[in-house]
Design a protein around this ligand. Structure first.
Ligand SMILES: C[S@@+](CC[C@H](N)C(=O)[O-])C[C@H]1O[C@@H](n2cnc3c(N)ncnc32)[C@H](O)[C@@H]1O
Length: 212
């Protein structure tokens, strides 16, 4: 995606949900945030926002809430949503682990998406990885019965860690992974990182889980 010119702050504000960086996180009221009672899906670590843009355009009756720890990406995504007038997306800046654990009401979302989380390659940095037991448990708690956790990574050992973490620390049921289809146009990929890695010919590990 080419970078479109930045809209003024007042045009971006309706697409941004501001969360405090310190102190307790207030619970999010989805109906108040989106102005409707449609189902909600959460993406943690949306980067440049390709998944949110594509999914929200394809499914206008689903609400999408993106969480990204880097402010610049929150602004970039808000700009994209505002340019497309995508009324069913809100983007927040903060730590997805804390937001899922403390601000997302239990049993309130129909899917949690985690695509290409930072691998933190060095063993001594593994503790910085997003997908730790606390995160998996927060994702499970956030899902409504029948809700899905969807994860993709190009890193085989990260995929193994996700499987072990989910199996060892949650009651989520593993589902067959989503199928990989050939792209029908240049941006027909799940995310920007998926696009880059598939174009490089790397294997993508996909995982899907369901809350019973
Ligand atoms: C490798 S990038 C992938 C971006 C996007 N999902 C994609 O596939 O194109 C990982 C993203 O996760 C974000 N991130 C890392 N830790 C996070 C956290 N604790 N909460 C929210 N976002 C996080 C990073 O800032 C980065 O944008």
């Amino acid at each position: 995606m080419r970078k479109p010119p930045r809209l003024p702050p007042e045009a971006l504000a309706p697409y941004q949900h501001e969360m405090p960086f310190r102190g307790p996180l207030p619970a999010i009221d989805w109906a108040a945030l989106f102005g409707n009672a449609n189902p909600v899906e959460v993406e943690v670590g949306f980067g440049k926002g390709l998944f949110l843009t594509t999914a929200a355009t394809a499914n206008p009756a689903t609400n999408y809430f993106g969480v990204e720890i880097i402010r610049k990406y929150q602004l970039l995504a808000a700009n994209r949503m505002a340019r497309r007038a995508l009324a069913n997306v809100r983007v927040a800046c903060g730590d997805g682990k804390l937001i899922l654990r403390d601000a997302v009401p239990p049993g309130s979302v129909q899917a949690v998406h985690v695509y290409f989380p930072d691998p933190w390659w060095k063993t001594r940095h593994h503790k910085r990885r997003l997908f730790v037991p606390e995160f998996a448990q927060a994702a499970e708690r956030a899902l409504r019965p029948g809700g899905k956790l969807l994860v993709a990574t190009d890193v085989a050992d990260y995929a193994a860690m996700v499987r072990e973490t989910v199996a060892g620390h949650t009651g989520l049921k593993e589902l067959p992974p989503p199928e990989e289809k050939p792209p029908s146009h240049d941006m027909d990929y799940l995310t920007n990182f998926e696009r880059k890695f598939r174009q490089e010919g790397r294997t993508i590990h996909r995982m899907a889980y369901e809350r019973g």
